[in-house]
Design a protein around this ligand. Structure first.
Ligand code: ATR
Length: 277
């Protein structure tokens, strides 16, 4: 009996470089789930209409990547609390009463830090650099682990202060400019788009001590500017965001299929793939 496969995919623009089909393909094989997962290159002007059509035709779920994460908030009929806090959606799922919007980015980061890398966050001093969409997506899940303090530092200090003000009910959070940073942190997360441009935000080296773990949300074949800088300053460990990429995908897969895949194999395969590319 030929039953059609449940349809999934990732919507972005451009989207050709996306690793999501590879990741979800491996998850599906590993868990024995028979699904189809495709790339959808969707220009911004067509986003709402294309997403509605996808679900109207029986599509089960979509990942949403740049530049659509904010537009996806409006296309959803209902949001999970973490997506509402993030004000951005990276996962859409068909539900009986409409389209559900979720954001698994922050949960993916926290999973990678805690489960894969053994980095403690509770009662630690955490610094998030950047006050754009990427920062907003990770603040809730980080604060959920009750750090001693979470400082958001940004080139434009007002943006950091405004972002911090929106999260004060979740924990101890402050927004500052780079000039106000002086003491070392236990964990520093780079959530600026500077890495993508090979740039380094001008924050002082005093934020790094011998125990500091540095994490760049960006990832690439070679070390990002932030990772290189952090290593030069003598941090304990400096890590790229490969694990977050895989963990956020696993959270999406769980939302869709009700089963959480094991991520270790996929992470190893991705690293190998990027190193041999
Ligand atoms: P995203 O959704 O990727 O977070 P965004 O909303 O444009 O994108 O935010 C980009 C972030 O990277 C901002 O915090 C930005 O700082 P400003 O708010 O001061 O613009 C930061 N950023 C980008 N390039 C940077 C650079 N070269 N140095 C320091 N910060 C930079």
């Amino acid at each position: 009996m030929g039953t059609a496969l449940d349809q999934y995919g990732v919507a972005g623009h451009p989207v050709g470089h996306s690793l999501s089909p590879f990741i979800h393909g491996m998850f599906a094989r590993e868990t024995g789930q028979r699904i189809s997962y495709r790339l959808y290159d969707v220009p911004p002007a067509e986003f709402h209409q294309r997403v509605r059509a996808f679900f109207a035709q029986g599509g089960r779920g979509l990942n949403v990547t740049l530049p659509h994460k904010i537009a996806a908030v409006e296309v959803a009929h209902e949001l999970t609390p973490r997506a509402a806090y993030a004000a951005a959606v990276n996962t859409l799922a068909a539900r009986p009463d409409g389209i559900l919007g979720d954001n698994t980015d922050g949960a993916g980061l926290v999973r990678d830090l805690c489960d894969n890398l053994g980095v403690a966050i509770t009662r630690r001093r955490v610094l998030v650099i950047g006050a754009g969409g990427a920062s907003r997506g990770i603040l809730g899940p980080l604060l959920g682990l009750a750090p001693e303090v979470l400082v958001i530092a940004n080139r434009t200090p007002q943006r950091a202060q405004a972002l911090a003000a929106q999260f004060t009910e979740l924990g101890v959070v402050r927004g500052v400019g780079f000039a106000e940073l002086d003491q070392p942190f236990d964990l520093i997360v780079n959530a600026t788009s500077a890495s993508l441009a090979g740039e380094l935000p001008p924050f002082p080296p005093t934020v790094i001590g011998p125990q500091t773990v540095c994490y760049d949300l960006a990832y690439g074949r070679s070390a990002t500017a932030f990772i290189e800088w952090a290593n030069l300053q003598g941090c304990m460990r400096a890590l790229q965001g490969w694990g977050m990429l895989v963990e956020q995908a696993a959270e999406s897969f769980r939302l869709w299929r009700g089963i959480r895949p094991d991520t270790a194999q996929v992470l190893a395969a991705l690293k190998e793939r990027s190193e041999s590319a």
